[in-house]
Design a binder for this molecule. Structure first.
Ligand code: ADP
Ligand code: ASP
Ligand code: MG
Length: 441
């Protein structure tokens, strides 16, 4: 079994969908599960529709629904040729937008907002299926909501997914091509939910692990993982080979090409992950496996929106149990800590969302003086055994002389050195590292 995931841009235009159909039928030696995202821009629009509804701005929500519907109406005109396929596509679009218009009339809830977000992937897969049918390509739609589940902590349940997916595949063992939705799932209450933004990569990796696939291909709009953020730095180059650990660090610390936690399922089952370019299918891309390939720095990535919490205490820091008490506060509010530094009298930790910040600060107050700094960015330098590379730190600090580095995390992982900088210095930091570490300008 081979998994092929196509992101928003890869299905965002009718001609791109046509190209995806070619890519998935090129090599039919293995059965394939194709995971699709929503058309590019759709999930953003659905988020805006949900936000408008939540704020009671029905007119605004209605306007956005109509605009999105018009987009789909013109999309299907170019997607299919025959009257029969067009009628089918049109009724799918009508059905889903009718649903959004019904939601608009009832009172809004968190669960409904998840139903709204699910429409994008439901639409893209159903419309793609109509196109495949028109082309006479035998396939089956696999409803992700029937096998993709998360638990009460919003964590995917790989063992359950495995059992459910296996059963569906066994019942349809005569089929060689399956199409399913990325991103969407059911939660522990049985409601429609999702794997967070960018979650289609996570679906692909989970499906790859569940089906014990030979490969998990992530098809996107760039030829693999680059050495630096191509949205910020002008000259960047694709990396041929990464280990699961390196890829996981890069994804978690901001390389948008991969969902932050999508590597572990593939890694657990040792399924190689390939990052490939739909617009340039012959490009080598990036292969992610157990082996790291070469030693040394591979890439840098940046994660924004980081909040620093400083806890200053003159008495208690060195007392055993002090850190445990602090960590318990973060555990209580299910907030993970990215970086930590300690000194004789103070601890600084970083978190990546401020959802429970007020409550966390309140509960930390008995331990000392608490200060909070926002608008920070973690810059991560990732590679194989870089923490052991002799001149690594001197090179880094020399390169970053003009940057007011606030925290450094070194030695926690063999593959990562992370630095915290004010977000206003992010671009400059990435540019300097591009030159200092990779000789690129
Ligand atoms: P998809 O819709 O296919 O999931 P995404 O937009 O989520 O695609 O991810 C691809 C984008 O990730 C690229 O277009 C690029 O701008 C961005 N990106 C950020 N950092 C990197 C990186 N280090 N390497 C490659 N792409 C990156
Ligand atoms: N459509 C979802 C998003 O835009 C999931 C994905 O594309 O991966 O976040
Ligand atoms: Mg993505």
């Amino acid at each position: 079994m081979k998994i092929m995931k196509f992101g928003g841009t890869s299905v965002g235009k009718p001609e791109r969908m046509h190209q995806v159909a070619q890519l998935i039928t090129k090599d039919e030696s293995e059965p394939r599960i194709v995971v699709l995202s929503a058309l590019s821009g759709t999930t953003n629009s659905l988020v805006a529709i949900g936000d408008a509804m939540a704020a009671g701005q029905r007119d605004q929500a209605k306007e956005a629904i109509d605009k999105l519907e018009a987009h789909y109406q013109s999309f299907i005109k170019e997607l299919v040729k025959t009257d029969k396929a067009y009628a089918k596509a049109k009724s799918i679009v009508s059905e889903h937008f009718e649903f959004l218009n019904i939601i608009l009339k009832i009172s809004f809830s968190e669960a409904l907002s998840k139903d709204i977000l699910a429409q994008g992937e439901l639409l893209s897969t159903k419309l793609f299926s109509v196109y495949l049918e028109e082309k006479g390509i035998d396939h089956m739609l696999l409803p992700a909501l029937e096998f993709m589940t998360i638990d009460a902590q919003d964590e995917p349940q790989l063992s359950t997914i495995k059992v459910k997916l296996k059963a569906i595949l066994q019942q349809n063992s005569n089929k060689k091509l399956f199409i399913t939705q990325g991103y969407i799932c059911r939660n522990s209450r049985g409601e429609v939910d999702n794997l967070k933004r960018g979650g289609s990569d996570y679906t692909a990796s989970l499906v790859a692990a569940a089906a014990n696939a030979s490969v998990c291909e992530i098809w996107t709009d760039i030829d693999g993982m680059h050495n630096n953020d191509p949205r910020i730095v002008k000259k960047t180059l694709p990396i041929e080979q990464l280990s699961f650990e390196e890829a996981a660090e890069l994804a978690y610390f901001g390389a948008k090409i991969l969902h932050p936690t999508c590597i572990w399922p593939a890694q657990q089952m040792k399924v190689p992950v390939k990052l490939l370019n739909t617009m340039q299918p012959e490009a080598l891309g990036t292969t992610i496996t157990q082996e790291a390939g070469s030693v040394g720095v591979k890439a840098v990535a940046a994660k924004d929106g980081i909040i620093v919490i400083n806890i200053k205490s003159s008495r208690m820091l060195l007392a055993y149990g002090f850190l445990r008490k602090i960590f318990e506060v973060f555990e209580k509010y299910r907030t993970s800590i990215d970086m930590i530094t300690t000194s004789e009298v103070a601890v600084s930790v970083t978190i990546d969302h401020g959802g429970n910040l007020t409550s966390i600060v309140k509960e930390l107050e008995p331990f000392g003086t608490i200060t909070v700094e926002d608008n920070n960015t973690i810059i991560s330098v990732v590679g194989n055994e870089i923490a052991q590379t002799k001149d690594m730190l001197s090179k880094l600090f020399e390169t970053l002389t003009p940057i007011p580095v606030r925290m450094v995390s070194y030695g926690g992982s063999k593959h990562n050195v992370s630095m915290l900088v004010p977000s206003s210095y992010k671009t400059q930091t990435l540019q300097l590292l591009n030159k200092g570490l990779f000789g690129l300008e």
